[in-house]
Every structure is written in C-alpha cells, then in structure tokens.
Design a protein around this ligand. Structure first.
Ligand code: UGA
Length: 446
C-alpha cells in the first residue's frame, strides 16, 4: 500500500518531532511555518531547539528529501499531501484561557487549500485545545473556507500528543497509547491505518473516541501528572518538619503500590515548561466557564507557585542576609535535556535572589543562550559547573542534569568560599553530603 504524504503545520516540539518521526519511517513530509528563520535552519538539517537524537534524524531526512519545510505555504503543503497534522501553538491568554488565533488562521489556510482539492484529505488536530474546539471552531471554518462537507469530502480528527521534551523521539517511537478523536468513522479509520503502518507490530493501544473526549484526555492526563508532582511536593514539605523523614524513601515506597506507580513522584521545585502550567490553567478556566470550579487544580497550581521560593528561604536560613552573597545556580532549563526555559522554576528563584541583593552566577549545559535573553546582564554566566561554584557562598541545584549528578562533595568544598549546598531536585545522597558541608534538600527532615 502506498504511504500517504503528510503535511505538518507548526514546527514546535510536537510539529517538528511528528514531521521528523514520519519522515524517518519513509513518509514524504512537508512541514509549514510562518517562521522563516526556523524554516531555514530546518532545511539545513539544524534543529531550532535542543532535543537529544533530533539532529541526526533531521539531517538524514532533509538530505534524503523525505522532509522539507515551507514558509507560509500551508496551501501548497495541503495540496501536495493526503493528511495534515495541525500542531500550531495554543498559548495562554492573561486570564489562563487558551488563545486559538493560530489554530483559527491555520485552519482557514487549510480550508482554502481543501477548496482546490478533489481527493479525500484528513485534517488531524495535534495542538492542545479545550473540548469543543475541533467540533465548534475548526470544523465550521474548514467547511466555510472549502465549501465542502466534513465527513464526506474531507475527514477530521483530534489526535493529542503525549511526547515529552528531552525524550521526544523515545516517546514518539514507543508511545503508551494513541488517542484518536474522530468526526466520523472514515476519518478515524484513516488515522488508525496510518499509525498501524507507522508502528507495525509495535502498535500501541489505540483509543477511538469523540473529538471532545480526545481533547479532554490530553488536559486530564497533563493535569493528573501535575497533580502528582504538587502532591509529592506537599508531602515533601511535611517531611521537612519531621526529623529523620525523607520524601525520597516515602515516594519510593508509595510508588511500589501498583495503583500509585513510581513515575512523576520526584519532589523538587515543581513543574515548569510549556505544557503543565498552561494546561492546568486552561482546564481551570474552561471548567469555570462551564460553571464548575476546579478547586483541586487551583490547589495544584498554588503549591507549584510556592515551591521554587522555598530554596531562597533555605538560602537565608544558611546565610542570613543575602545582600552581596554569591549564589551559584546549577541548572536553568525547566528540566534536563532541553534548552527550553518557558515557565522554568529558576526564573522566580533568580528574580527573588536579585531582589534580596545576591550576586547570582549560573551555569547550564545548554540553556545559557536562552537565559541570556531573559536575565541579560543581571546575572553572571559560567562556562562550567566548577567555574560557577568558584568562591560561591551557596549553591542551588535547580535542574536535574546528569552532569550535576556526577559532582562529588569535594567539587563543592574545594571551589566554594563557603560550601553550602541546596539540592532542589534531590539528586544527591544526603548521607554523603551532610558529612562534608552544610546541606539542605527539598523534602529532607532537618
Ligand atoms: C509534558 C507531559 O509529560 C507530556 O506527556 C506532554 O505531551 C507534554 O507535557 C505536552 O503537553 O506537550 P514536558 O512538559 O515535556 O511533557 O515535560 P515533563 O517531563 O512532563 O516535565 C514537566 C515538568 O515537571 C518539569 O519541570 C519537570 O522537572 C517536572 N517534574 C516532572 C517534577 O517536578 N517531578 C516529576 O516527578 C516529574
């Protein structure tokens, strides 16, 4: 059977990883974006962001011609393909609700292209959108612009994405499940066949459902994961008040219960990134509009907001006033294996340290260029973890990079002016470190 040609709109994490994923399995893929600078990089095989394993596959698929990236040519992308994944961004509005302007404009472009097509084409929404969006906004725009009928002339699906930054390819190639929300059976069959072809005998469970249930599955999944994180952080906060208690052992023991599971129970500075903060807010706002107050998620958010500032408090407990003190920050990215700093926990931490008069020096293996755009010359940037530690009064671990896990107590004692260490991500063994220096950690009974 001939492989369908695929177009992908939007080249953020989801769009680009989808495009490269399909191209790497031999599909012809056309990506389209309005961002000329990013498109130029992609067409040279250079990823516009840091993601392990992306570079090699991107290079390969660009060189063998399976993937091309167009600038502002959605119509061409749709006309030359059989199925379009729409993965444009859905940012937050100031009130937390989602901003659908990119979905609306890209859908208009798709609709206009469909008006010129005589063959069946499926549109699959991959962007995270609140329930009702695909049915009530996307479908009418497509029908109006194309003057065609959804379900017979073209197909429509909502196909949420669950990949994580930092392990995007691993997650794409070994997905736990595929969710297909379908307008009609033919649309769902087309997408299911595509995935069965893509995964072969490793096809994960495929859930077929309505458009709005698929939309809600994405929000409910991200919100539960965010809830697990805030939950374990509240247990961490309790542990800190109990001498001898350590949230790590509590989480390990809890995670062995199959009903609970071990994942997403790492206590620390809370969740950041472009998804959890935005999606939890959007579900709260959406639900409020329906007349239901999501108090549980409001609490999840407020725990998450307070969590990063705890390490500033720890810092003050160790040093007294922070005025003129040198603080070393290890880790700027919102999590390891990415250079993304959207909603990174380090932002409120550094802002508060600066407010208290501290001198901040920071190091991250890949996120320093991103940090420079945010903090400019308000902080210093080090070229290595050891350089960052030199003459510091206190060090705070903010991101759980493997590189930091390898540091030994001597790396801190030999280089710092006063070896005070705060482990905000629980990467060190307290027994090893408390003997050699002043050591505080999230969720550790002091
Ligand atoms: C998240 C979801 O995990 C993906 O399934 C989803 O597809 C994606 O959002 C999305 O909606 O696009 P991502 O934001 O890339 O993926 O990263 P995660 O690994 O989920 O981490 C999010 C934040 O939670 C990070 O700041 C991380 O440090 C924090 N976290 C994670 C914890 O504090 N503790 C944990 O145990 C796990």
């Amino acid at each position: 059977m001939k492989k369908p040609n695929i177009s992908v709109l939007g080249i953020g994490y989801v769009g680009l990883c989808t495009a490269v994923g399909f191209a790497s399995k031999g599909y012809n893929v056309i990506a389209s974006t309005h961002d000329a600078e990013k498109a130029a990089k992609i067409n040279k095989g250079i990823p516009p962001f840091y993601e392990p394993n992306l570079q090699k596959l991107l290079e390969e698929t660009i060189q063998n011609g399976r993937l091309t990236c167009l600038i502002n040519q959605t119509e061409k992308a749709v006309l030359e393909t059989d199925l379009t994944f729409n993965a444009v961004g859905t940012p937050s509005r100031p009130d937390g609700s989602i901003d659908l302007q990119f979905i609306e404009t890209s859908t208009r472009d798709i609709g206009q292209a469909l008006s010129q097509k005589n063959t069946y084409h499926v549109v699959a929404i991959k962007s995270t959108v609140v329930p009702g969006t695909t049915q009530d906004i996307v479908k009418p725009i497509l029908e109006k612009e194309s003057e065609k009928k959804c379900g017979s002339d073209f197909g429509l699906c909502m196909n949420p994405e669950f990949l994580r930054q930092g392990s995007a390819f691993e997650d794409t190639l070994h997905a736990d499940r595929i969710v297909i929300g379908e307008y009609d059976k033919k649309s769902g069959d087309t997408l299911e066949n595509l995935y069965k072809n893509f995964y072969g005998k490793n096809t994960p469970p495929i859930i077929r459902t309505t458009l709005s249930a698929a939309e809600l599955i994405k929000y409910a999944s991200n919100s539960l994961l965010a809830t697990k994180i805030s939950f374990i952080n509240t247990i961490a906060n309790v542990c800190e008040k109990i001498p001898g208690a350590d949230v790590k052992i509590v989480a390990t023991a809890m995670g062995l219960d199959k009903r609970i599971g071990p994942l997403f129970l790492n206590a620390g500075l809370g969740y950041g990134g472009s998804c959890f903060p935005k999606d939890v807010k959007a579900l709260i706002a959406y639900s409020k509009n329906l007349g239901y107050r999501l108090e549980l998620l409001e609490a999840v958010e407020s725990v998450n907001k307070a969590q990063p500032l705890k390490v500033v408090q720890f810092c003050k407990e160790l040093l007294g006033s922070l005025k003129g003190k040198r603080i070393a920050i290890l880790g700027l990215a919102f999590k390891a294996d990415t250079d993304d700093m959207r909603e990174a926990r380090v932002i409120p931490i550094i802002n508060q340290l600066i407010k208290e008069g501290a001198n901040v020096t920071a190091y991250d293996p890949v996120a320093i260029p991103t940090a420079k755009a945010i903090f400019k010359n308000k902080i210093h940037y080090a070229a290595s973890a050891i350089e960052c530690l030199k003459n510091a009064d206190c060090c705070i671990i903010v991101t759980e990079w493997d590189e930091f896990k390898k540091l030994k107590p001597e790396d801190f004692t030999r280089n710092m002016k006063h070896p005070n260490l705060i482990d905000g991500r629980r990467i060190y063994n307290p027994e090893e470190f408390t003997q050699k220096m002043k050591f505080k950690a999230i969720g550790l009974g002091h």
